[in-house]
Design a protein around this ligand. Sequence first.
Ligand code: FEO
Length: 218
Amino acid sequence: MAGHGPGFTVYRQNTILVHNFLLPGNAGGEAQKRNDTMLSEKMIEALNGQVNKEMYSAYLYMAMSTHSNEMGLKGFANWFMVQYHEEMFHAMKLYEYIARQGGLPVLKAIEEPPATFDSAMDMLEKTLAHEQFITASINDLMEIAIAEKDHATRIFLQWYVTEQVEEEENDNDIIAQLKLIDNHPQGLMMLDRDLAARATTVPTDFSKGIEAAAKALA
Ligand code: FEO
């Protein structure tokens, strides 16, 4: 809702500014309107595309959590729901960055994720493949920022570059364990118990902005 969180506040301020600059008799208003955002249109569109991809990631892992519960794998369900929170955090960091830089976050339709999966291995392999796709997407964003000499966005994106290394590593670790288990129920139960211990370490309430959420968590 308008008025909640710094993202919306910034957006609302920009809306007012743009409106004022377009009033008749406001000489030079167009130039000031163009200076209102630090981001190029191309960068804003690409960052908004990434918000959508992160939201889809959250949706995908929520679907995997649902399916894990259906399979009786409560630990996997927990692991995927923690991953859901991570992805929402990634999306909100981007959303807030766009708004703070004077851009307009645009929310597009989120694609429907698959509802069923063949096995725990199938879910993890699809998770890794999806994360590799996200890594490529972050690299594309970085290429745009570098080409446009947009150093603020380049520095902002470095956090995502590091995060992707960790995400792919986590997925590869679980896949390696699943290979060792080789469909033995006891091994799968032990891994499920391990994954039940994963806890959310990112903020989940963004109503007052990312910084306030991180402070509340500390
Ligand atoms: Fe937000 Fe899993 O990448």
